[in-house]
Each structure stands twice: as structure tokens, then as C-alpha cells.
Design a protein around this ligand. Structure first.
Ligand code: GLA
Length: 343
């Protein structure tokens, strides 16, 4: 029986947080840490993991992924419930993505499971399916950024992603910078204020229309102080993403770094998704020689910070490079991806 490998990278977001669920702009990249599922066809879905004591065993039809145990099986079950695949699989999961480390290990697992179960569609469809799977499995109304960047990564490039139009414009990461991720604290978005932020943005949109089209002047005219702060963050963050992409294209690394610092300040002061520990780490890293910019990245309330630095300037953390998106790969030549899913 043929053994295959479904491989999905982690991701880090350089700038543009809490903009995806209002159809805004984000700027992530798929990074050189991967989740692999080595599998062969089976009637059911039978998965073991190098990092989990208990296996996952599921039928090919799942109604409610939230009831599945062990906990990591919920992500698998979310994908199965979306796909009801004609063929199951028997396989083993390994990963070099730090689990729970803020680089989307669970989203990579979802995308790898979908490919292993025979998903056949575009990058956008793969991202949409695995986003639905995640939302159903976790009960958290997360946006599409994570799955879209994992599915649509381009080696050597960060991804200017429009989460409304669902388009990706790859922008080269300059050769003379390091991207370094530092893990700060474990967090889960389940039970966090993430869902509150989504609701606050919906409240802002009920007042002033789509945030992706709103001006700063209109956002700052909202009466409710909390809703106003959220809207002001989103509108300015969308603009920072555009400016950051322009700065990278112009090799203006100081300018790009300043935008990262402004983004962090906005997430701290207007969006309230940072923590004192993350603020202290950002302030420390920002003060080091050779650091262009640094900010919290992702959902917040813990997780990671990301820095843009001169090569070798920051040795404490995970140095990451931009890689291609998820694919089925040949077990005999793991470096020769045969792209699954088209684009
Ligand atoms: C989490 C979500 C994403 C996005 C970020 C914040 O990572 O999964 O959809 O909303 O938070 O930018």
C-alpha cells in the first residue's frame, strides 16, 4: 500500500492582527517548521502522534467534533466533519512546530489532515474548509488568516493577504533581515476575550459600515469608548499593513520596524490584546542593537512576539524563513513537493 505524506507549515504574522475577521489586511508568512502526517488509506481515521499519548480513532462521518477525545482529536474531527471523506486513513503525526507556541500548530494539523483525506480544491477553498473546521471544533470565531497562510505560503515571501477579497500578493522578504519569533506564554483563545473582540467589531460595523472601508475620522467618531478604540485599531492596522508591504518592497527596514512598533502599541492600548509580560518583552527586544521592529503577533493574551532584525542580531528565539504552503510530498524525496490543492 502506498505511503504518502501530507505536510503543512506553521505561520507567523509580521503585521496586521485582529483585522482578518472584518475582511481586512494581514501580512503573515508560512514558516520552516512543519507538521507531517505519514499515512495510508484505511476505512476509518486512525492517527497516532509523536507528541500525544492517546491516539485518535474516528469514523468517516462526525456530527459534533466538540465531543471527541483526546483533545487534539477535535481538530482532526473538525476537518472530518466538514469533509465526510470517501476514504479514511491510518497514519502518524510528527511536528517541528512548537505545540501551543503561537505558530499555528493546530491549524497546520487541520490543513495536513484535509490534504491527507484527499481534499481537492483551491488554496482559498482549503483555507475556508479548515477555518470552518477550526470554528466548529474550538467554538471560537477565529478568522481565516492562519489557515490561508498555511495553505498559500510562497517560499521567500511574506503574504499580503486581503481577507475580504481572499487574495494573496506575495512580497519578497529582503535577504538581509532575520525574522525571529520569541515564545512568551501559553494561551488559548477558547474562553479568551477573542470572541468579545469579534463582537465589538460587529458593533462598530453596525454603526459605521465595513471597517475595511472606514476612515480613521469616522472610526474615531463612534460614541461608545470601547467600540471606538477597537474600530480605530482595525482601520489604522489595515493601513499599516499596506505601508509595511511598501516599506519591504523599498527595502526601508527602519520604516517597516517603526510600523511594527506602532502596531504593538495599538494592540496594547486600543485593542487590549497584549499582556504586561508581552509589553516588557517587546520593550526589551526593541532596545537591542540591530532590531528594526518587534510586536506581539497573532491572537494575543499570551503567545509570541516577532522581531525583524539585522542578520544574527537576536539569537534568543526561533529564527524562521518563509516557505511554500501545505502539500502532499513524496516520502522518497521530502524536499520535492507535489502541490496538493492547486491555487
Ligand atoms: C488568531 C486567529 C486569526 C487572527 C489572529 C489575530 O490567530 O486564529 O484568525 O484573528 O488571531 O490577528
Amino acid at each position: 500500500m502506498t505511503v504518502r505524506i501530507a505536510r503543512a507549515p506553521g505561520r507567523v504574522n509580521l503585521i496586521g492582527d485582529h483585522t482578518d475577521y472584518t475582511g481586512g489586511l494581514v501580512f503573515p508568512m508560512a514558516v520552516d517548521r512543519w507538521t507531517d502526517i505519514r499515512f495510508e488509506p484505511d476505512d476509518r481515521i486512525e492517527l497516532t502522534s509523536a507528541d500525544e499519548p492517546d491516539p485518535v480513532s474516528l469514523p468517516r462521518h462526525v456530527d459534533d467534533p466538540t465531543t471527541v477525545t483526546p483533545a487534539w482529536g477535535k481538530y482532526v474531527a473538525g476537518v472530518v466533519s466538514e469533509m465526510s471523506p470517501a476514504t479514511g486513513l491510518r497514519g502518524h503525526v510528527t511536528t517541528t512546530i512548537p505545540i501551543g507556541g503561537g505558530m499555528s500548530s493546530s491549524h497546520a494539523l487541520e490543513v495536513a489532515v484535509a490534504l491527507a483525506l484527499g481534499f481537492d480544491g483551491s488554496v482559498v477553498e482549503l483555507a475556508q474548509l479548515t477555518q470552518r473546521a477550526e470554528n466548529r471544533a474550538s467554538g471560537v470565531p477565529t478568522g481565516i488568516m492562519d489557515q490561508f497562510s498555511i495553505a498559500g505560503g510562497v517560499a521567500g515571501h511574506a503574504l499580503l493577504m486581503d481577507c475580504g477579497a481572499l487574495t494573496i500578493t506575495p512580497v519578497p522578504v529582503p535577504a538581509e533581515v532575520d525574522v525571529v519569533v520569541q515564545f512568551i506564554a501559553h494561551r488559548t483563545l477558547v474562553g479568551s476575550a477573542y470572541a468579545d473582540r469579534v463582537a465589538e467589531c460587529a458593533a462598530a460595523e453596525a454603526l459605521i459600515g465595513p471597517l475595511r472601508e472606514a476612515s480613521s475620522a469616522v472610526a474615531s467618531s463612534i460614541d461608545d469608548p470601547v467600540v471606538r478604540k477597537r474600530a480605530m485599531h482595525v482601520v489604522a492596522e489595515n493601513q499599516r499593513v499596506r505601508d509595511f508591504a511598501d516599506a519591504l518592497r523599498a527595502d526601508d527596514l527602519d520604516g517597516a520596524g517603526d510600523l511594527m512598533l506602532a502596531s504593538h502599541a495599538s494592540l496594547r492600548d486600543l485593542y487590549d490584546t497584549s499582556t504586561p509580560q508581552m509589553d516588557a518583552s517587546v520593550a526589551h527586544v526593541a532596545s537591542l542593537p540591530g532590531v528594526y521592529g518587534v510586536r506581539m503577533t497573532g491572537g494575543g493574551f499570551g503567545g509570541c512576539i516577532v522581531a525583524l532584525t539585522r542578520p544574527g542580531a537576536l539569537t534568543d528565539g526561533w529564527k524562521v524563513t518563509a516557505v511554500d504552503g501545505a502539500a502532499l510530498v513524496d516520502p522518497d524525496g521530502i524536499d520535492g513537493p507535489a502541490r496538493g490543492g492547486g491555487s
